[in-house]
Design a protein around this ligand. Structure first.
Ligand code: GUN
Ligand code: ZN
Length: 445
């Protein structure tokens, strides 16, 4: 079995940091190493100790002085929106109608879906993201493209076909029965195949009739092993429209609650304008509110109130929400998260940020045994970060005196240029991609 010793400054969390001085929440090894065998972490610790476990012939990837962390996790984005990112000037409903529902129609063509899926996975990896939860388009072929591209790279990915049977162009609408049948087939085909997990995905209350909600309810009841994802309370016009379509519901959250969709495998994008009652309902069910800061600013949606989620005991995670979100980078996402919270008088410490991108998001997905930290037995999904990758960062880093300061610089100034390497199940993906590009050049020369 292949063995690899990855050497550098290793940082991995064991718990949620309770403050900037909470050194018990993480493990940090200044001259550290992660010993990998057969795609799994065997041991993480000081290089002097860990290197003893490896045979003399072990391959060593020496990344000093860079930081080695678990691969980053993105809990909400849209793979068919890869080329619709940065679409100008509209808030949610107009933006969906003007740009997104046009773009997503292209995914009826399997060749287009396959090409974008390849690019999407490579973009995630370039940004150090090794696991993500994505919406595909309404077309089942888009799900095949998505999971095929993930499988080719060995990535642990979550996703599903959106179900939408109203308030969208004809070409993007399924029917309740079709949404059910196609989802069922896709679950059978993909869920649990390699590292694939399926997410049952009614897009949001506006684009699903009560009949489709009932079908979603049946799918969730029949497949408790699957995730469920939708959007909730992102924009004031959206809330007014959604609640007008379900006049019997107490509020927006109650629409999903009535159809039995809320459980601890459910991810609800945005959750900006929730009442205390609604957040408490999420807390009781264990459902996760997904904070998407770049999207919430870009679409002029609003500010996620993290402290209220914490106070009411509800779970939350972070995500890019590409293409409402403006970057695939989780570093840039946490930069904006910091600012969104700061605007509301809430603090996000650098350790809390890096916890959230790794172990925090893994816990939100219930996948913390596999990803999000570098414990023995974890999948060897790893990112290597260079805090001096940009000249302005390198200059700023000269005055940094602590790990907390370095992490904050990485989050505030960093982007994909800081990702020196990314490993998927122990395989170096940047090196692999560079090798593939070189081969293509030789072939065409
Ligand atoms: N609500 C329903 N669909 C979408 C989407 O694609 N992006 C965002 N940001 N919100 C949504
Ligand atoms: Zn979304």
């Amino acid at each position: 079995m292949s063995e690899l010793l990855i050497r550098g400054r290793v940082l991995t969390f064991v718990n949620e940091p309770q403050g900037i001085d909470d050194t018990a929440s993480y493990r940090y090894f200044e001259d550290g190493a992660v010993f990998v065998r057969g795609g799994k972490v065997v041991e993480t610790g000081n290089y002097a100790d860990v290197s003893k476990l490896a045979g003399a012939a072990v391959e060593v990837a020496d990344h000093r002085p860079n930081l080695i962390l678990p691969g980053l996790i993105d809990t909400h984005l849209h793979f068919p929106q890869t080329q619709a990112i940065a679409s100008y000037g509209a808030q949610l409903l107009e933006w969906l109608n003007t740009y997104i529902f046009v773009e997503e129609q292209k995914f009826a063509r399997p060749a287009h879906a396959a090409a974008v899926a390849d690019r999407f996975m490579d973009e995630l990896l370039s940004n150090g993201t090794t696991t993500a939860v994505a919406y595909c388009s309404v077309h089942p072929e888009s799900v095949d493209a998505y999971f095929s591209a993930a499988e080719a790279r060995g990535m642990r990915m979550i996703g599903g076909k959106v179900m939408m049977d109203r308030n969208a162009p004809d070409a993007l609408r399924d029917t309740p029965q079709q949404g059910y049948d196609e989802t069922k087939r896709l679950i059978e085909k993909w869920h649990g195949r390699g590292r694939a997990h399926y997410a049952i995905s009614p897009r949001f209350a506006i684009t699903s009739t009560p009949e489709q909600m009932e079908m979603s309810q049946a799918l969730v009841a029949e497949h408790p092993e699957c995730y469920v994802q939708t959007h909730l309370s992102e924009n004031r016009d959206e809330i007014a429209f959604a609640t007008s379509l379900y006049p019997d519901a107490k509020d927006y959250t109650d629409i999903y609650a009535r159809y039995g969709l809320l459980n601890d495998r459910m991810l609800l994008g945005h959750c900006i304008y929730l009442s205390d009652r609604e957040i408490s309902v999420l807390a009781e069910s264990g459902a996760v509110g997904v904070f998407c800061p770049t999207s919430n600013l870009f679409l002029g949606s609003g500010l996620f109130d993290r402290d209220r989620f914490d106070r009411l005991g509800a779970r939350w995670s972070v995500a890019t929400d590409v293409g409402g979100g403006t970057s695939f980078s989780m570093l840039e996402t946490m930069d904006e998260a910091y600012k969104v919270l700061h605007l509301q008088g809430q603090r996000l410490t650098p350790f809390a940020s890096f916890y959230r991108m790794t172990l925090g998001n893994a816990r939100a997905l219930g996948l913390h045994d596999h990803i999000g930290s570098l414990h023995a037995g974890a999948d060897a999904d790893i990112v290597v970060l260079d805090s001096g990758a940009k000249s302005a960062m390198e200059y700023r880093m000269r005055t940094a005196t602590s790990l907390a300061e370095e992490l904050f610089i990485l989050q505030t100034m960093g982007d994909d240029r800081c990702v020196a390497e990314v490993y998927v199940a122990g395989k170096a993906m940047k090196a692999r991609k560079a090798g593939a590009a070189e081969k293509r050049q030789l072939e065409t020369a």
